[in-house]
Design a protein around this ligand. Structure first.
Ligand code: NAD
Ligand code: UDP
Ligand code: UDP
Length: 342
């Protein structure tokens, strides 16, 4: 601090105001980790289209792709950093949407130790960053924190039934620690945090070979190969269209509740029903076969979204019947498959 000089007649110089208090601007600078991925790139679109934001994406392109955000590259309000969140990151931002983490089982099981590092070290680094710059921090957690749930549907109060040593644990337990870290930064350092527990989400830009069920079935149906329903086929999931998810994430970030808050579509379908819907809505000639399942597959999953409805005024608008054809149109284009013959 500069000392008062004799010319000041003994009066101390006025303290300097931080620039952010002088330059009044509604413009927010927002970091999106994992912004080159499926959900992240749709979030980038929404925040950029708003016109009031500067968006910085940090992504290591493990499962994401520059193609997903190509339209913004070169835009003055957009910045792309190739960065792995397991290393520290220095940027100055007002908000952090922390999405970086592979979400599909085939990718998060590929290098499970790395998945745990991404969830634990990656989240720690982004929380450390948020603490330094006093940014609000949103974590995209997952319904997988409920494991193979013994309560149905799952409310945020349910503590889960998770195997700590299974092949999915790097993801499930990784996200559970990420939630713990976020809450401890909140309690210990007063950080503003938001936690979304995201249930299965689908839509355009999902990796075609992502391995998750909706992308698998649509790609298989369009390629004319049998859809692979994993046994027993009676297991259920609830599928949320990506535009609904992005709306929920932004409302959570802008609201006053830390969460955790479930975000998902409560419509519940068996995998056989999903295959039948894809057949009906995407490719009437498609067929399916039953194949072996993978270990620890949750038998059912459906969000209780009472909290999201009352606290965020949010509920999904796009039904599976409306969403599947929208996703199929994107897959047709990327697979180079002709438009459906009616
Ligand atoms: P995605 O795989 O398409 O996106 C993840 C992004 O993170 C990719 O761009 C990837 O390259 C990047 N990434 C991965 N590891 C990284 C690292 N170490 N450093 C920097 N970047 C890294 O997945 P998505 O479906 O868009 O999921 C986004 C977030 O939402 C994830 O945190 C996921 O756990 C969560 N989520 C998704 C779903 C879903 O159904 N899609 C469900 C629950 C939770
Ligand atoms: N960190 C970061 N960017 C920052 C500030 C911190 O990546 O702008 C990382 C830092 O390297 C550390 C982690 O965040 O590994 C936690 O930081 P914090 O200050 O909370 O803890 P400490 O550094 O005291 O362990
Ligand atoms: N599944 C399937 N066929 C596939 C891929 C997945 O029947 O080709 C089933 C899988 O057994 C699970 C459900 O679809 O019951 C959802 O799996 P996904 O990997 O999409 O997501 P998660 O298990 O993470 O919910």
């Amino acid at each position: 601090e500069p000392k008062a000089s004799p010319e000041d007649n003994g009066s101390a110089p006025p303290p300097r105001l931080p620039l952010s208090k002088i330059i009044k601007s509604a413009r927010k600078r927002i970091l999106i980790t994992g912004g080159a991925g499926f959900i992240g790139s749709h979030l980038v679109d929404r925040l950029m289209e708003d016109g009031l934001n500067e968006v910085i994406v940090a992504d290591n392109f493990f499962t994401g792709s520059k193609d997903n955000i190509r339209r913004w590259i070169g835009h003055p309000n957009f910045e792309l950093i190739r960065h792995d969140v397991t290393s520290p990151l220095l940027v100055e931002v007002d908000q952090i949407y922390h999405l970086a983490c592979p979400a599909s089982p085939i990718f998060y099981k590929y290098n499970p130790v790395k998945t745990t590092k991404t969830n634990v070290l990656g989240t720690l680094n982004m929380l450390g960053l948020a603490k330094r710059v006093r940014a609000r921090f949103l974590l995209t957690s997952t319904s997988e924190v409920y494991g193979d749930p013994l309560e149905h549907p799952q409310t945020e109060e349910y503590w889960g039934n998770v195997n700590p040593i299974g092949v999915r644990s790097c993801y499930d337990e990784g996200k559970r620690v990420a939630e713990t870290l976020a809450f401890d930064y909140h309690r210990q350092h007063g950080l503003e945090i938001r936690i979304a527990r995201i249930f299965n989400t689908y839509g355009p830009r999902m990796n075609i070979d992502d391995g998750r069920v909706v992308s698998n079935f649509i790609a298989q149906a369009l390629r004319g190969v049998e859809m692979t329903v994993q046994a027993p086929g009676t297991q259920t999931r609830s599928f949320c269209y990506v535009s609904d998810m992005v709306e929920g994430l932004i409302r959570l970030m802008e609201g006053n509740d830390t969460g955790p808050i479930n975000l998902g579509n409560p419509g519940e379908f068996t995998m056989v029903e999903l295959a039948e819907s894809v057949k009906e809505l995407v490719a009437p000639s498609a067929t399916w076969k039953m194949v072996d399942n993978t270990p620890d597959d949750p038998r059912k999953r459906k969000p209780d979204i009472t909290k999201a409805k009352s606290i965020l005024g949010w509920e999904p608008k796009v039904t599976l019947r409306d969403g599947l054809p929208l996703m199929a149109a994107d897959f047709r284009e990327r697979l180079g498959v002709a438009t459906k013959q009616q």
